[in-house]
Design a protein around this ligand. Sequence first.
Ligand SMILES: Nc1ncnc2c1ncn2[C@@H]1O[C@H](COP(=O)(O)OP(=O)(O)OP(=O)(O)O)[C@@H](O)[C@H]1O
Ligand SMILES: [Mg+2]
Length: 248
Amino acid sequence: MIEIRNLHKSFGEQEVLRGIDLRINDGDTVAIIGQSGCGKSVLLKHIIGLMQPDSGEVIVDGVNMSTAKPRVIEKIRQELGFLFQGSALFDSMTVLENVTLGLREHGLRDEKELARITKEKLALVGLHGIEERMPSNLSGGMKKRVALARALATNPKYMFYDEPTTGLDPITSDQIDGLIEGLTAKLRATSVIVTHDMFTVERIAKRMVFLHEGKVHFDGPPAELNASRNPIISLFLERYRSPLTLAR
Ligand SMILES: Nc1ncnc2c1ncn2[C@@H]1O[C@H](COP(=O)(O)OP(=O)(O)OP(=O)(O)O)[C@@H](O)[C@H]1O
Ligand SMILES: [Mg+2]
């Protein structure tokens, strides 16, 4: 279980998170939505311990991510799979090296085993025989898949997807959505999807968390969000459901 209590974070004068309270139960499929710049990625980075709160707490499986010993946090990190916004593959490393990065960090050195895991995870995302290719020779959709394979490499208990379809064409977006949907069902990992692509989340998430002005403005099932008469929510839904999105 992930618990976020009264989380505050500012950058200089800019107050980004102004008291976030959120509980993510094991098995949840949660979407975090909100307009660009509202702090979605910042919130995710706190959950995985890449950013430290100004105040408040992030607790993952009972471990406080800002006060626990590095050794304990390192252990928890293995449970967290993260698909970064923009894939974030290392250009100077092969696909295999990228996928196995986390495993090597956790001390796995057996090359045969690393190759086996890479093959298995690439197959999960629909890729075969590209272990030795460099990221520069992959399409945008393939890069996303490789990044996804990397996130899955440690068999995480929690999966975080930050804008999984941004920057992809509609057909590739559909494929990635389908892949995430399938993985969510198959792996039974707790999934947190951050996006402003309403189509993605309506297809996958069972629960919507809408951030606005640094706080959780709505938390509930998609149908309830859609039926909301709250003007801020209505405006968001109107703006972010572009005609293109509806057509898909
Ligand atoms: N390391 C940082 N230093 C300073 N400001 C930052 C930093 N990280 C994020 N910010 C600021 O915090 C705000 C929230 O950023 P964040 O990346 O979380 O937005 P977002 O909701 O993920 O947006 P998008 O949908 O465009 O990805 C932005 O105004 C951003 O400029
Ligand atoms: Mg973001």
